[in-house]
Ligand binder design. Structure first.
Ligand code: ADP
Ligand code: MG
Length: 611
């Protein structure tokens, strides 16, 4: 029996607020309930004097032990402490987050009477270990392998840290896949049809902590992600926060007391608000009642669905804004979308459904997939494919993730040379050529950037590496092959090879030093690319103009060197040296500057070279 189950793999949706585990069994997906009989388990870990609690047990004691009960680890994973998002999130958390080595955020708790520090991946590993336990208790044998999902916009660092969390939990992580892609897999299985018509599907995933919208094209049973958009900080918790803040103010008005200084009171209020929000998805009015909320004062408030919607309307509308952006990026008209799929617990909110339906001009939304389970469902299918447990029907499924921003290197004085364009499906491998841009250069620094701006320095630097020991030669003699490779987990390796000397070097964007941009940075980049379009156009023109001038000067030099010393051409050798010096002094400038210089030199040199 053990042998037979040895290769089995589970699919885990490691959610910000809730996690879910599923397995492929007897040709179908089984969502595995936890020991409480719940099909989703809170991504919570709580520490106390005697023990460590995980899941429902941890969430149940959150009000009693707020400073030592950790949640939202997914918001911290793979991020720096100084990240503005971490700084702003920190204010909402009752547990303490401090700055550790290398700007890494560390969660500080009191466990068994001592202060303990945990990295986000350690907390996530406890959640994952719990999901593994849930699966093993259900299956009755040990489970080794897994597929874990992450938000589509998780960068390299976040994916790596998630993978590390899996390894720490004792699981072998076969693959990290994007949540909307997983949901699409689940959706495709449900809807597998004989039709060969192309189908466009929009996945709208609004969970507890993140919002992802993805546009997929499905032909028979094959998915392709066309574009993705969303926000790492938009979800059920934000809706809860709005209600909490409103009620804190209400309490202050009524009792002249600010409950914000009492984490336990705040947590109890938040728990009650989340419950109220859930109720309001099914009823028009709900009562929030908490005994002895603060200094012995009882609290009661009747919250209507209208008030809840009013408090969150701008956030709901933001979601629709992201849908628009996703369609724009995917160059698709909303009328061409065949199906709109709801994923994530927060898509149960009637107003969200209504706004989305209105946006799609009254289109019926697909709610057939259980919103809390679709991601784990897809992960289990993926796991089955990878371990060969599947049947042929699902092996035909192929899917891709896409790069959210362009990736490239800095060439010729700060020009962004794109190697992997934005929205390229991954895994991918792309190559490009680069040259030395100085005479007698013996080392070249490759700087890797992510972004849409033509000036490399306006983009996000991911890392750099040096290729040294290149034999001395004139500029442009050495040709380098630059290769960008992104694996199925979204991890980027950039390598360069000097074609002349055979020297190579490479970089894998690492967890600590090079951080791929966060989703908010991605949004900022895309927004800036739009805002600075005109300015950027000028930069592009200037790079082109300078590039043409450089080429002209060096091509002329090569010609002059090749022709016999007796010819007229020798006369301009000095002028060429001057021109190279001029270029060195004018590394940046307006396009006209370079265009005029090119004209000037051409008018003198062309007649001579052409003889
Ligand atoms: P994640 O994947 O981000 O952890 P989920 O998809 O599991 O999130 O969704 C969790 C969120 O859904 C929570 O914020 C929860 O409050 C919210 N939620 C669950 N049920 C409902 C409901 N009936 N109405 C509104 N929100 C809900
Ligand atoms: Mg989710």
């Amino acid at each position: 029996m053990a042998g037979e189950n040895e290769g089995l793999a589970i699919g885990i949706d490691l959610g910000t607020t809730y996690s879910c585990v599923a397995v492929w069994q007897r040709n179908r997906v089984k969502i595995i309930p936890n020991d409480q009989g719940n099909r989703i388990t809170p991504s919570y870990v709580s520490f106390n004097q005697a023990e460590r609690l995980i899941g429902d047990a941890a969430k149940n004691v959150v009000a009693l032990n707020p400073t030592n009960t950790v949640f939202d680890a997914k918001r911290l994973i793979g991020r720096r402490f100084s990240d503005p998002l971490v700084q702003s999130d920190k204010k909402h958390w009752p547990f303490k987050v401090i700055c550790g080595a290398n700007d890494k955020p560390m969660i500080s708790v009191t466990y068994q009477g001592e202060e303990k520090l945990f990295a986000a991946e350690q907390i996530s590993s406890m959640v994952l270990a719990n999901m593994k336990d849930i699966a093993e208790a259900f299956l009755g044998f040990p489970v080794k392998n897994s597929v874990i999902t992450v938000p589509a916009y998780f960068n390299d660092s976040q994916r790596r840290a998630t993978k590390d969390a899996g390894t720490l939990s004792g699981l072998n992580v076969l693959r990290i896949i994007a949540e909307p892609t997983a949901a699409a897999i689940a959706y495709g299985l449900d809807k597998m049809s004989s039709s060969s018509d192309e189908k466009n599907v929009l996945i709208f995933d609004l969970g507890g902590g993140t919002f992802d919208v993805s546009l997929l094209t499905m032909v028979k049973s094959t998915f392709k992600v066309k574009s993705t958009a969303g926000n790492t900080h938009l979800g059920g918790e934000d809706f809860d926060n709005r209600v909490v803040n409103y009620l804190v103010q209400d309490f202050e008005t009524r009792h002249k007391k600010d409950i914000r200084d009492n984490p336990r009171a705040l947590r109890r209020l938040r728990t009650a608000c989340e419950r109220a929000k859930r109720n309001l998805s099914f009823m028009a009015l709900t009562t929030i009642g908490i005994d002895c909320l603060y200094e012995g004062i009882d609290f009661e408030y009747k919250l209507t669905r209208e008030k809840f919607e009013e408090l969150n309307m701008d956030l709901f509308e933001k979601c629709i804004g992201h849908v628009e952006k996703c369609l724009k990026d995917g160059k698709m008209d909303k009328k061409s979308v065949h199906d709109v799929v709801l994923v994530g617990g927060s898509t149960r909110i009637p107003k969200v459904q209504q706004l989305l339906q209105d946006f799609f001009i009254g289109k019926q939304l697909c709610k057939s997939i259980h919103p809390d389970e679709a991601v784990a469902y897809g992960a289990a299918v993926q796991a089955a494919i990878l371990t060969g447990q599947d049947n042929h029907e699902i092996r035909d499924l192929i899917w891709w993730d896409v790069t959210p921003l362009s990736l490239g290197i800095s060439v010729n004085e700060n020009e962004m040379r794109v190697v992997v364009p934005k929205n390229t499906t991954i895994p991918t491998k792309k190559e490009d050529a680069a040259f030395t841009n100085l005479d007698h250069q013996t080392g070249i620094t490759f700087m890797v950037y992510e972004g849409e701006r033509p000036r490399a320095s306006d983009n996000i630097q991911l890392g750099k590496f040096v290729l040294s020991g290149i034999p001395s030669a004139l500029m442009g003699v050495h040709k380098f092959n630059v290769c960008f490779e992104i694996d199925a987990n979204g991890i980027l390796t950039v390598s360069a090879e000097d074609k002349t000397s055979g020297k190579t070097n490479s970089i894998t964007i690492s967890n600590v030093k090079g951080m791929l941009s966060s989703k908010d940075e991605i949004e900022r980049m895309l927004e800036e690319a739009e805002r600075f379009e005109l300015e950027d156009e000028e930069h592009k023109k200037s790079f082109n103009a300078r590039g043409l001038l450089v080429t002209y000067v060096y091509v002329t030099r090569n010609l002059v060197t090749k022709v016999a010393a007796s010819t007229e051409a020798i006369k301009i050798e000095d002028e060429i040296k001057q021109a190279i010096k001029w270029l060195d002094e004018h590394r940046v400038g307006k396009s006209e500057l370079f265009e005029n210089k090119t004209k000037e030199l051409k008018s003198i040199w062309d007649p001579i070279i052409r003889g």
